[in-house]
Design a binder for this molecule. Sequence first.
Ligand code: FAD
Ligand code: NAP
Length: 597
Amino acid sequence: MPPTGNDGLRSRVQEMVDRNPVMVFSKSSCPYCIKVKELFSSLDREYVALELDQCDDGNRIQEVLFEMTGQRTVPNVFVNKTHVGGCDRTLEAHRDGTLQQLLDNNASVSYDYDLIVIGGGSGGLACSKEAAALGKKVMVLDYVVPTPLGASWGLGGTCVNVGCIPKKLMHQAALLGQALKDSRKFGWEYEEQVSHNWDTMRQNIQDYIGSLNWGYRVSLRDKNVRYENAYAEFVEPHKIKATNRKGKESFFTAAKFVVATGERPRYLDIPGDKEFCITSDDLFSLSYCPGKTLVVGASYVALECAGFLAGIGLDVTVMVRSIFLRGFDQEMAEKAGTHMETHGVKFLKKFVPTAIEELEPGTPGRIRVVAKSTESDQVIEEEYNTVLIAVGRDSCTKNIGLEKIGVKINERNGKIPVNDEEQTNVPYVYAIGDILEGKWELTPVAIQAGRYLARRLYGDSNVKCDYINVPTTVFTPMEYGCCGYSEEKAIEVFGEENLEVYHTLFWPLEWTVPGRDNNQCYAKIICNKEDYERVVGFHVLGPNAGEITQGYAAAMKCGLTKEKLDETIGIHPTCAEIFTTMDVTKASGGDIAQKGC
Ligand code: FAD
Ligand code: NAP
């Protein structure tokens, strides 16, 4: 949100800019202001000048102008709603002809590009391609700063290189291991000795990622988006510096900017972490099998990585500071954790690492981890081959010159606050994706926000990205999919007395013959009794939870109620059909164990 104190004033300033073809914020005695006003007079152009030294809230207006343009000084000139700048820039624009073009209402040609997008990840690529498809001149810059251990990757951002894609493929590798075990019960016979080859998996996944990187480059070229493999930072309003791998600097200007720089893994800030530990940015391209692994953290990234590493046969321990999957329904999170535990993942609960020491270098080497309890004075030490730190991610917003143009960030977490149109406090700068304050950090969210933003800016759309009821899935060995409120949050929002929770355990048919994990899958819906038992929370723990959740999320968007679920005929035999036959409420305390189909 823009700063609240100046909200009213800001609207007034914006109105002046919008209404007046030439708007000069000035001070009556300033020689530069006089020069600019004389220029417009000499061009026979009417202008409106607001003399800030002669109005009561002049200082505050100057503050607002700084927030909007990154320029604190006067004169501050706008022509046909486009910010031109101060005296020097206005005179320069006059000399090079762009001022005349602006006055002739052809605002875009005064800059190199209509739109520059910083960051070629999920959000940035979607936004730049859509804007180009709408006829705009667009540039996208993407640059990967290597990890402390030297890992780097190609175009496409986190999801494709070091996120969703390699993660889901490694999850699949683990599921295939389980399927191999199950297959014996279905009659498959093979040698007892089954082993997993890390190099083969890594290489094949990396080859696939390479093909995606190439595909993104081709599609940018096909769509006429200029791509620069360079690090971008703002140097002044409407202008960035791009530094390529060889250190060569170039400068580009644009009428509008979209910041989509994403996040990078956070470190622990303890001795040895950056030297001897890896993060998810290193894991998927690791040139050797990580061996006995400690995963630090207990959210999405930590549990997913721990799950597939254990699934391919490694000795895996997860160090949990407090709870599993903060922010998620805790009953579901606990069940996902318990399932991991029954499948060989060890948990060190209520511990945090304090020091990391290399005992022997190698691929993998040997590392000693010292950790302390969060509840007592207990200190433990243990040896591992690899330590994977997954304790959250930092927004890439602190070294891109945002302060030079006055874009506000939340100093505590580096996130960028935006309004519901993804506009920052500086009107020509927008932000999308993981760097947004209070929004989801998910690929499809970044893509939708980017695409819709381009359509609003350059098409005739006014559709905004819908951040409500966003479905998501944690790809733990037993997948957990959800949409809407957790039970805890629903109680907080609606009151416990107004909710009905339906739930059941279930046993996927495919798991019955191998005889595993009976009654460990779980389905739960949270309904608002005050609103026709509308489903406000959907939760499923079981195989293919992502596939199931996606469909029900569409139904929730259409206002799904318990009655509609009951009227829906299931597809038998599937896991998803469980939601059409749920009749035990949590409040009743009824038996939810599944006895047959
Ligand atoms: P990114 O995709 O991170 O792209 C930002 C790009 O900008 C990067 O290439 C970066 O190098 C570049 N950049 C940064 N600064 C500059 C600069 N100054 N100049 C030029 N370029 C710059 N989401 C899901 O929906 N499903 C999943 O299963 C899933 N799994 C994940 C697994 C892991 C291990 C991780 C880490 C994340 C996962 N995510 C998942 C989250 C998802 O990857 C992100 O939400 C998504 O990539 C965000 O897109 P973005 O465009 O905001 O940023
Ligand atoms: P996260 O959600 O921010 O969680 C950070 C985890 O690290 C928490 O468990 C936290 O514990 C722990 N932690 C933080 N500081 C610690 C410390 N000093 N010592 C020990 N533990 C510490 O981070 P994330 O897992 O990296 O995920 C980032 C985002 O990526 C997510 O919000 C998600 O949107 C996206 N993502 C999505 C998927 C998917 O869609 N499947 C997968 C992966 C990531 P506490 O609870 O104690 O704070």
